[in-house]
Design a protein around this ligand. Structure first.
Ligand code: FAD
Ligand code: SF4
Length: 337
């Protein structure tokens, strides 16, 4: 790890002044430090080399609070995955998020890892994580994973990068129609989490649209309409402490036996969480049941382009979609009803 300076400012405004030295696209000489569980790993591998780390865990006006207000559930950027997993409000109002947090990483990591940092963690692609490989996502020319070791890589939306997004919480937050609140020196902006993530492109080789001089301040999950239920399921190659091979988050609003609203989001199959909009359209208006759930699973995977080693993800994802939808149909609606 290269030498760096450390600053511990008192407020968001002081932090933003320090971050002003940052460059767009996330490649920055100055970085916010939250739990450090991803940033420090990247620094140890010399994949990023900031000259200044700005500790944001002691800011007077950035918090980890989880509160329910008229606009829904508000979660401070510093809330840890352990807090989110255990919080009764999240469990009652946004079960998919509580379940995603409980299935992420290990208990030790969940105590350190914040939700803000979780959305901004970088891919786990082994070529990306190797200091010896200068792949496209790191500013190089090609993607060695495309023809190489790609058992854990993407089925969709993957040109030129075939990495998958590693965050379980991101998948759940998209299914919950959550919004992220960002603060920069020019003021505040709010974005749907679905728009906060964007496929990396030549001019921005990152998975999000956050600017180098912005902070995630909080997340908001809108109050769900009566009859809504949500869940998250994750396939892993071992029972704990593993990233998603495939992760599925879904939210359904049932009106009698009919599906009035549906969100179906896939993780582990694309560089950013992917909404299965065609499958959602099929579900809305249909009678809830295994027949339509099987059709939705087929539609969700239509257009998948498996690489050499990851074809197993197609039947796996279909099976998980069916399981998630069946589990939701059998589950009681949210406590808010
Ligand atoms: C072994 C291991 C297993 C894991 N397994 C999983 C898993 O199964 N599922 C999963 O979802 N995750 C998993 N993770 C990822 C882990 O959850 C993330 O590393 C963690 O959530 C990042 O949060 P942090 O607070 O430590 O962020 P940091 O490491 O401190 O920061 C990460 C990035 O976000 C930036 N940042 C942090 N907070 C803010 C903010 N508020 N505003 C602007 N920028 C900010 C930092 O500058 C940095 O670029 C795993 C990690 C490890 C090491
Ligand atoms: S999949 Fe993306 S991160 Fe992995 S080697 Fe290819 S370009 Fe790099």
């Amino acid at each position: 790890m290269r030498p760096f300076d450390y600053a511990s400012p008192g407020t968001i405004a002081e932090t933003l002044a320090l971050l002003a030295d940052a460059q767009p696209g996330g490649v920055s000489g100055v970085r916010p430090l939250a739990g450090g569980t991803d940033l420090l790993t990247l620094m140890k591998a010399d994949l990023v080399a900031p000259h200044l780390l700005v500790d944001i865990k002691r800011l007077a006006d950035l918090d980890d609070a989880i509160t329910e207000g008229p606009d829904g559930l508000e979660i401070g950027a510093l809330a840890t995955l352990a807090q989110i997993e255990a919080d009764p409000l999240v469990g009652a109002l946004a079960p998919a998020l509580a379940e995603a947090a409980s299935l992420a990483a290990s208990p030790q990591l969940r105590n350190m890892a914040t939700v803000g940092g979780n959305l901004l963690q970088r891919p786990r692609c082994w070529y990306f994580r190797s200091p010896r490989v200068d792949c496209w996502l790191k500013g190089g020319a090609g993607c060695p994973a495309r023809e190489g070791e790609n058992a854990l890589h993407a089925l969709f939306g993957a040109d030129p990068c075939v990495a998958v997004h590693p965050s379980d919480l991101a998948t759940a937050l998209v299914a919950l129609d959550a919004e992220v609140r960002l603060r920069g020196r020019g003021g505040e902006r709010r974005l749907p989490v679905a728009e906060f993530f964007a496929l990396p492109e030549d001019a921005r080789r990152t998975e999000t649209v956050i600017l180098g001089d912005e902070l995630i301040v909080s997340l908001r999950i809108p109050a769900a309409a009566p009859g809504t239920r949500s869940t998250y399921l994750k396939a892993m190659d071992r029972k704990v402490w593993a990233f998603a091979l495939v992760g599925i988050a879904a939210s359904l609003r049932l009106d009698g036996g009919r599906i009035a609203e549906a969100r179906l989001v896939l993780g582990g199959v694309s560089p950013i969480p992917m909404r299965a909009t065609e499958a959602e359209r099929l579900l809305v208006g249909a009678e809830s049941g295994s027949g339509v759930f099987a059709q939705a699973a087929e539609l969700a995977m239509a257009g998948a382009v498996p690489l050499r080693d990851n074809g197993y993800k197609v039947p796996l994802a279909k099976a998980l979609v069916r399981r998630v939808l069946l589990a939701l149909a059998a589950r009681p609606a949210l406590a808010a009803d």
